[in-house]
Design a protein around this ligand. Sequence first.
Ligand SMILES: *Cc1c(COP(=O)(O)O)cnc(C)c1O
Length: 348
Amino acid sequence: MDHDALSFDRHPRVRLLAGPTPIQRLERVEAALGPALQGACLYAKRDDADTLGGGGSKLRKLEFLFGEALSQRADTIVATGARQSNSARLAAAVAARLGLRCEVVLRPLPDGAGHRNGKDDEQTGNVLLGELFGATIHAAADAAAAGRCALERRAALEAAGRSVYLLPAGASSARASLGYADCAFEIAAQERASGLRFDRIVVANGSAGMQAGLVAGFALQGRPGLVHGYSVLAEAAAAEAHTLEFAREAHHLLGGHGELHADDVRVSDAFRGPGYGHLTHEAVEAIRLLATQEGLLLDPVYSGKAFAGLLSQARRGEFTRGEHVLFIMSGGAPALYAYRESLSDPRH
Ligand SMILES: *Cc1c(COP(=O)(O)O)cnc(C)c1O
């Protein structure tokens, strides 16, 4: 379906991106991979480009969530996330830009997740930035406690006369996915302008909103099965189920015809490692490769693991000759600072 025939405009939105994010070829990574790549071409879409709050994939999702918040006349945003949450950092930045208050409830990263447990590293990166953006930060013992704390904060703020919008976990929901459904049309426009056509799009999958939006957006353009996700959080089957649910609902919100099929959603958990926030050797290698060959920053929690998956597929000769592969650079570099010890450890 054509973009104009879809109901993007029916959903309130706040523009947070300056315009389309650039797509660039990764020639030096291609050269480093050598013959295993079999002539496939690698590209990065720079959704990490710094437009607001340090940039990152959450901005596209927050365009629709803050749109809803403003349409409900909210004056205060309450967000939850793991320590080093990019969505909490960006929620704080967007709230600052829009003149709203923001409170953030953070749960700890799992023990032994590769970051140092010292106070300094816990306060750095996204936590430091969230504070600079003016958010009030609360610490909770675990995910359940964080959920309770967020509800308590909402009740207390409402009792004090404020109007609160609670962001969904990871800033993911079907509505949030509309930002990435639109991104699928942005990519198609960039293809038309450049004469390129992508055969495969690779993304990290955390709370599933980014992949779901892309799946819905490409399905609406008659290009199913294009998007490959690497889960950093849930097991593959659960990630696929979440992604399909959001994608179907986003497709519906846009007035799409027909059904999305379960096999349009492809998620691997082979590069997740021991779990969310646990840095893996493969991710460290991917982060170092992109940094040293292209001067670009992946992040330790999401895109580093997804790019490690892409590299492994390339090395196993799984890309076909001439295939065009687009990797979504989703941001998250501030979390690198919290993993300083592991990233500077030569044993990794
Ligand atoms: C949140 C995030 C993702 C994953 O997006 P989801 O919509 O949660 O699946 C990927 N990369 C970065 C840097 C993120 O912050």
